[in-house]
Design a protein around this ligand. Structure first.
Ligand SMILES: *Cc1c(COP(=O)(O)O)cnc(C)c1O
Length: 357
């Protein structure tokens, strides 16, 4: 048998989560966000499994080309657009639609000489203050795009900064500002990420852009994935590879700063930060052994973790250990580790085999 660390991928859960997007935004088309290797799940697999999605969103040309090479035919948008003019022939060749977020990109577009055209998204900054044209500059940018012989269709988009907080006034203001921009433009528009899909119906518009909810994690503060009827797609799983009876006071692992409070069994599981399990997960972070919660103890090593088996005295070497996924929400582990589920999912490393179940 080989090393037991696996990322199990649930096809039915992924499709179920897309259905949840459709149920909540019935009039919008769905651009499934598969950037960063589909949040660690494998972009080609996710895009093929979500064959009914209307489009896909990635961050860069490289990610878009990977999908085209995997045979994906739907429209693909590049959320960071292009980084220099030399990418433009590839964008045209592969029908990749860049987000135009900065004046420098307008100048680059002017250099296109072929008769082939690009579809583009014009990004308007309604309050995120990261990428995009200020609302006062958007009309001029739009005029330039419409005048450009290299540009076919233009669509309008904006992005939320804090849609994960329900009832947030900044989000209300973002929606209002974007509505002012799109009204009367006659152009298709898009604003909603997962939190927008779930909590802000006024942001659904023509296209929604869900990412994290497709993977079955909750983007909402104070609402679990289960409450939102989302199912985890990835279950990060391994097995116990050793169990030792330790004595009261024994230090466990690197640094020796966690000590056994009494004589107790300590299990060793084959997963660590070399697999993408966060080294910031502190003692007490929940782990499932035989589907029962036990606390992590000691520091996370590159290849292993140690767990307190006092409540699971019959656990044996070879028993399954789940780090997140089915039965243990990734958001809960992320909160313990001082991060978000997005980061944990993205960080699962290449050495962990993805196994579709
Ligand atoms: C990542 C991203 C999304 C998806 O966000 P989620 O919170 O994962 O739903 C949507 N739009 C843009 C521009 C993004 O960068």
């Amino acid at each position: 048998m080989s090393r037991p660390a696996r990322a199990l991928l649930d096809t039915a859960a992924l499709r179920h989560n897309l259905e949840q997007v459709r149920r909540r935004a019935p009039r919008a088309r769905v651009m499934a966000v598969v950037k960063a290797n589909a949040y660690g799940h494998g972009a080609p697999w996710v895009a093929r499994t979500l064959s009914t999605a209307d489009a896909f969103g990635v961050s860069s040309m490289e990610e878009g080309v990977q999908l085209r090479e995997a045979g994906i035919a739907q429209p693909i948008s590049l959320f960071e657009g292009f980084f220099s003019a030399d990418e433009l022939p590839m964008l045209i060749k592969h029908r990749l639609a860049p987000v135009i977020h900065h004046a420098s990109q307008l100048q680059n577009l002017a250099q296109i000489t072929s008769d082939h055209k690009l579809s583009v998204w014009l990004k308007i900054d309604t309050g995120m203050h990261r990428l995009g044209f200020a609302p006062t500059d958007a009309a001029a940018a739009l005029q330039q795009l419409r005048a450009s012989p290299a540009v076919a269709e233009v669509r309008l988009m904006s992005h939320f900064a804090r849609a994960d907080f329900p009832q947030d006034t900044a989000t209300v203001a973002q929606i209002k500002l974007f509505h002012e921009q799109i009204t009367g433009s006659g152009l298709e528009s898009s604003m909603a990420n997962s939190a927008g899909v779930l909590a802000w119906p006024a942001s659904h518009l023509d296209w929604v852009r869900p990412g994290i909810m497709l993977y079955g994690a909750s983007p909402m503060i104070g609402q679990s994935a289960t409450q939102l009827d989302l199912k985890p797609v990835m279950t990060l799983q391994t097995a116990l590879i050793a169990i030792h009876a330790r004595r009261k006071g024994d230090p466990i692992g690197y640094g020796g700063d966690w000590h056994c409070p009494e004589d107790m069994p300590v299990g060793v599981a084959a997963i660590g930060y070399g697999d993408g399990y966060s080294r910031h997960a502190p003692a007490g972070t929940p782990v499932l052994v035989n589907n029962k919660r036990v606390p992590l103890v000691g520091r996370v090593s590159m290849d292993m973790i140690t767990v307190d088996l006092r409540t699971q005295p019959r656990a044996q070497v070879g028993d399954p250990v789940v780090l997140w996924g089915q039965g243990l929400p990734v958001e809960e582990v992320a909160e313990k580790a001082g991060t978000v589920g997005y980061e944990l999912l993205c960080h699962v490393t290449e050495r962990v085999p993805r196994v579709v179940v």
